[in-house]
Design a protein around this ligand. Sequence first.
Ligand SMILES: Nc1nc2c(c(=O)[nH]1)N[C@H]1C(S)=C(S)[C@@H](COP(=O)(O)OP(=O)(O)OC[C@H]3O[C@@H](n4cnc5c(=O)[nH]c(N)nc54)[C@H](O)[C@@H]3O)O[C@H]1N2
Ligand SMILES: Nc1nc2c(c(=O)[nH]1)N[C@H]1C(S)=C(S)[C@@H](COP(=O)(O)OP(=O)(O)OC[C@H]3O[C@@H](n4cnc5c(=O)[nH]c(N)nc54)[C@H](O)[C@@H]3O)O[C@H]1N2
Ligand code: SF4
Ligand SMILES: [Mo]
Length: 738
Amino acid sequence: MSTAPRICPLCEATCGLVLTLDGSRVTGARGDRDDVFSRGFVCPKGAAFPQIDADPDRLRTPLVRENGELREASWEEAFGTIAARIRPLIEDYGPDSLGIVLGNPNVHTMAGALYPPLLLRATGTSNLFTASTLDQMPKHVSSGLLFGDPFAVPVPDLDRTDHLLVIGANPLDSNGSLCTAPDFPGRLAALRRRGGTLTVVDPRRTRTARLADRHLAPRPGTDALLLAALVHTLFAEDLADPGPLAGRTEGVDQVRDAVREFTPEAVAPVCELDPGTIRAVARELAAAPTAAVYGRMGSSTVSHGTLANWLVDVLNVLTGNLDRPGGALFPRSATASAPRPAGPGRGFLLGRRHSRVSGHPEVKGEFPLAALAEEIDTPGEGRIRALITIAANPVLSAPDGLRLDAALEGLDLMVCVDPYLNETTRHADVLLPPPPPSQSAHFDFAFNGFAVRDQVRYTPAAVPLEAGRMDECEIHARLILAASGMHGAPPSAVDDLAVDATLAKAVTQPYSPAYGADPKEFAAGLGGASGAERRLDLMLRLGPYELTLDELKAHPHGIDLGPLEPRLGEVLKTRSGRIELLPDPIAADLPRLRAALTAVPEPARLQLVGRRHLRSNNSWLHNTPALNGGSNRCTLQVHPEDAERLRLADGGPARIKGAGGELTAEVEVTDAVRPGVVSLPHGWGHDRPGTRMTVAAARPGVNVNQLLDGTLLDPLSGTAVLNGFPVEVTPLAPATPL
Ligand SMILES: Nc1nc2c(c(=O)[nH]1)N[C@H]1C(S)=C(S)[C@@H](COP(=O)(O)OP(=O)(O)OC[C@H]3O[C@@H](n4cnc5c(=O)[nH]c(N)nc54)[C@H](O)[C@@H]3O)O[C@H]1N2
Ligand SMILES: Nc1nc2c(c(=O)[nH]1)N[C@H]1C(S)=C(S)[C@@H](COP(=O)(O)OP(=O)(O)OC[C@H]3O[C@@H](n4cnc5c(=O)[nH]c(N)nc54)[C@H](O)[C@@H]3O)O[C@H]1N2
Ligand code: SF4
Ligand SMILES: [Mo]
């Protein structure tokens, strides 16, 4: 028996776990009390790590399709097949005939951080689709426009703030997002204990809302109006005071003009909130010694998602809370490039290209995932004929999975990097399974940049690779070689090219720790047992703390780098070198928000919102018995008043109809949702043939995204409207089987 530390890859909290090992078998997992960041915290998902890791349904070898059937194959055969089939397609039809889909777990693996950018470059395709357009793209757009950098995301200073306003997030169940904070519940409890105030805006009375001093339950999809009214109130009552930010911000007066019409009285009937309450929230926010406004999924995956995300940071700026302790600050990640001197940057551009079928503007190099199906199934020049999916299950996660399901069938070639044969990967021609997490090293390239405290941790693989397995980094490297005509070259060539390219640039940058160095010598000094480790070592050395991989390895429970600090000057990359508070694309979208002021709701019209459960994670943890027991979780929550009006019985079946299709789900009558709102979780619908997820298939649930037809988007970010869309609900005769 032995133990090994492992950072949990299951959600954004990035808790340190201690795994108990019996030889190379993981027999237990507990919170690591010595972890510098998580201090022993663990949730039920982390505790289920051994079962998740050892799931017998995880694929052990590649699968290759032959005569219509998937069969086991060697790695050589799998990559040989990809190389032989992908190059002719790209040569005949051009690089855009290849689409690439990157799903959520890419931000939870080292491979997903290090290799997809190289795959894109090597193939030359501009058809990239990621989970961001089902999620946080509105924040990237807002940050890109305000600060000149789409990754400059202000994070609420949870541990020091006096006042936290949470809009459309439920961290007690999600464990937090774009706000990496192990033990979010404990941190919120501490806020209350030190006399701080928590306000939660959510149409459901969530576990987070129950902790709050004040809970506002607006109509879904109206956050941008509510936030505009808060900004309006700050100006109207002379409470707007950016403090030291004033000299670094342009457009304050323009914002004042832009929100003039959004009075609390004007938005109140649409949000279905009391105007006095809206004023009170604005006053409290302005009066708090420090405060942070934090918005997530519920204010992002809605039709005014980018405007809402923009207004969140407008509030942080106008209350003087941006970039100050206790407010919302920019973390400093150990692998970010060393800060360049303050000054004007290149700014952020949207819509440099447009998608082929619907003309959606490109955002951050991506097209909306909701438009993937039409890019495959609409004939014509430039059609996507081959698809690579990495850690993605868009048949369940994106709108209108049935259409996508059918479209995938029509591809000439589909390659998936995924441990499971699921609703999406069952269409693969070649399926490349990564090893379970205990056999992979871990470093959080993405989440350290969103963490409420600067810190850095690295955990090597806890157990050696099983015979016949391939590390996910090597899978990605070999896939790049196969897709770029370099099949047969050693995978280390990919890492060497990446190191060389990074160093060639760094040695010319006066602010880089490698400035003036000989790139070959610098590269020769890198440590690390694998290409991925060498690249991590390079990024650490070039980063703001000039750390090394050896130092990280010498601190298996992490290195604490201190509380967040003001660093706006390093962050701003706008053309003006200042915060641009009313950027043109935002101003151009405001008339749409003004029009929403007159969209008075029809009382009988139901709107559907999602919800997350602590024991779940999007579409792929339903195959773990420890996380999928107990009563049915895929229920339609309905308020008692609506249930009575619509004659829906608690526990009985209901028919739900949306623009994209119909579903039947069990009704759960509860006043945790507000009247006019029903809630159904996502990630379910595991009833398709040809999958290998035994536990999930036994309790399949239904796919909420089938209610959507893929046309509802936030236009600025291309993000799908997953919350607050209209549905009709009718009872089914109780005798009808579910
Ligand atoms: N209606 C509705 N829809 C939603 C949401 C919602 O709130 N409501 N949420 C949206 C959000 S925020 C997101 S992020 C998306 C997520 O949607 P996706 O990006 O599709 O992610 P998952 O559903 O988590 O599926 C992850 C896939 O990765 C595989 N996987 C797991 N571990 C690994 C690994 O280590 N390596 C590799 N290569 N693969 C792995 C799993 O088997 C699975 O196939 O869903 C979105 N869809
Ligand atoms: N247990 C668990 N944890 C997870 C995940 C999971 O599936 N399960 N997924 C992970 C991922 S990929 C992500 S992105 C994060 C997301 O983490 P969060 O952003 O915290 O997302 P949710 O838990 O979906 O919370 C969104 C809340 O918004 C509310 N809402 C819906 N519509 C509106 C609206 O119009 N206005 C307002 N104000 N609120 C609204 C919903 O009722 C819901 O409570 O969670 C991550 N962590
Ligand atoms: S909170 Fe997230 S990171 Fe922490 S143990 Fe749970 S799933 Fe893992
Ligand atoms: Mo997400």
